[in-house]
Design a protein around this ligand. Structure first.
Ligand code: NAP
Ligand code: MG
Length: 489
């Protein structure tokens, strides 16, 4: 008898097909974008942004301190009066123009995002950039229809919005912040994350290219202190923050007692619930997408798999086989599924939590996966035998690490899914529509995906419960966050 080859192991290898990085030339030094121009920071300071896949230096970026933030807020304030009193259709045209330029420059922006962040080009090209453009198109359409958004007959903008974003989806988070703010007639000062400033600066160039009036968009690069200066600036009318729950709480304390409006999009520890009647292959794809998309650096990642006890073993076996086919490596290779971890600090946090999982008795598993020698990488990891009390079941790991728990009944699934301080998203996998609705009613999560995961659309509001924050981005609800509640009545 001849031996049958193992069907689960590919016997061929794909040829590498890297994108030429010349598509996205980086400037050696980068100024702040204030009042429509790139300017030097007041004290001449700068910091380095590096390429996570190699650890090599990419560019020097201006470090904004309090006087620079002040200058940016004043530029935004000066621009606000004219911008908010322009005909709304004109604001829509600017947003439409920006969306078109983003589409035209999308290859360059996708490469730049992959280089600065470490995420695979397949994702920046097929997910991030199309969604970025979609957000600007969507909000371009809203600009002159705000009176029909069901938010009152004469909704008015708030003024100057201070916006702070994280490193996991740099340009996408920028679009979630800037597009609705501008559509509603506000002007903005945005601070990107320290490790991923480059696409925000490319966006500043796009604002120039679109002839956006000076001061409507201002970009101040820097680290946490720059963000703090923006939060504390008395000339800011609204703070929109996306990031960790810890910093979100500090910001909530800082704006308490002021007239500033606040929305917080914070962390998550989402349950992805698989019932025994779910189609297993589709569920496995959804589990993989839920936790290994963007190296698991996703606030709404399905990081807790709740699988019905009777199907635990076959689901885990198929999941392991599927993980064996994921390719980890060069983010600019379009065959890559898993790219680099964004920073040494983030890798340290993931490694520390994985060690804690092992120490507490959960059982780790990783596919055979060689990590590149340079840069920051973490192999996809699954923990089975996880108890609800384990740190890997409670804390946001923000990396490619899945914790598997089991349940027997739908009630137990709901209880376990809701047993978290977070409440951003959840997934349900079952053949029964009635069960999906039953679960969706009971899950305390801002988004519940049914037989899919990690789907985003500018028309669909996104946001959390509990320590995942408050306020919504996207949809009509997202517009409400940038309009004066007094005026919208
Ligand atoms: P982070 O440390 O909270 O940073 C987020 C942003 O805040 C960065 O621009 C950061 O600057 C800045 N910042 C830091 N300290 C600040 C302070 N005291 N005042 C004002 N700004 C400050 O979060 P991260 O680790 O970069 O991002 C990961 C977290 O974001 C995760 O918890 C994830 O779940 C969450 N997230 C949530 C959503 C959502 O929509 N709910 C989306 C994406 C990510 P530097 O980075 O330059 O220090
Ligand atoms: Mg970087």
């Amino acid at each position: 008898m001849t031996a049958v080859p193992d069907q689960g192991t590919p016997t061929w290898a794909k040829a590498p097909s890297p994108k030429p990085r010349d598509l996205a030339p980086t400037h050696p030094t980068n100024g702040l974008f204030i009042g429509g121009e790139f300017v030097d920071p007041a004290d001449g300071g700068s910091f380095t942004t590096v390429e996570p896949a190699t650890g090599e230096r990419l560019a020097e970026v201006a470090l904004a301190t309090t006087p620079d933030v002040d200058r940016a807020v004043k530029a935004a304030r000066r621009a606000f009066r004219r911008w908010s009193s322009r005909p709304a259709a004109e604001r829509g045209r600017y947003l439409f123009r920006i969306a078109r330029i983003i589409q035209e420059r999308s290859r360059e922006l996708a490469v730049l995002e992959s280089i600065d962040n470490g995420k695979p080009i397949r994702e920046t090209r097929d997910v991030d950039l199309p969604l970025v453009a979609a957000h600007f198109f969507h909000h371009a359409g809203w600009a002159d229809k705000l009176a029909w958004a069901g938010l009152g007959p004469n909704p008015r903008p708030l003024g100057v919005a201070g916006q702070i974003i994280p490193w996991n989806f740099p340009l996408l988070m920028l679009s979630w912040k800037i597009a609705p703010a501008l559509a509603c007639g506000n002007t903005v000062v945005l601070k990107p994350a320290e490790t991923t400033p480059l696409t925000a600066l490319a966006f500043a160039e796009i604002c120039q290219q679109a002839d956006l009036p000076a001061g409507v968009v201002n970009i101040v690069t820097g680290a946490g202190d720059t963000g703090r200066a923006l939060v504390e600036h008395p000339g800011v009318d609204k703070i929109a923050f996306t990031g960790s729950t810890e910093v979100g709480k500090a910001i909530a304390r800082a704006v308490a007692g002021t007239a500033k409006k606040l929305t917080l999009e914070l962390g998550g520890k989402a349950a992805n619930v698989v019932f025994d009647d779910a189609p297993v292959d589709e569920a496995v794809e959804g589990i993989v997408n839920g936790i290994f998309f963007n190296q698991g650096h996703v606030c709404c990642a399905g990081s807790r798999l709740l699988v019905q006890e009777s199907v635990h073993d076959p689901v885990v076996a198929r999941l392991q086989r599927r993980l064996g086919t994921l390719r980890l490596g060069d983010p600019l290779d379009k065959n890559t599924d898993i790219g680099a971890v964004n920073s040494a600090e983030q890798l340290e946090r993931i490694t520390e939590l994985v060690a804690a999982g092992e120490a507490e008795g959960a059982v780790p598993w990783q596919p055979d996966c060689r990590l590149p020698e340079r840069g920051w990488w973490h192999a996809p990891t699954i923990f089975t035998g996880v108890a609800q009390s384990h740190r890997v079941a409670r804390e946001e790991i923000f990396g490619p690490v899945l914790s598997v728990l089991t349940f027997r009944t739908p009630d137990e699934a709901v209880a376990k899914a809701n047993n978290t301080t977070y409440g951003l998203s959840a997934g349900v996998w079952t053949e029964k529509g009635s069960r999906i609705l039953w679960m969706a009613e009971r899950l305390r999560a801002g988004v519940v995906w049914a037989n899919t995961f990690n789907r985003f659309d500018p028309a669909s509001p996104f946001g959390g419960y509990k320590e995942s924050g408050f306020g919504r981005e996207g949809g009509r609800q997202g517009l409400a966050s940038y309009l004066d509640a007094g005026a919208v009545g």
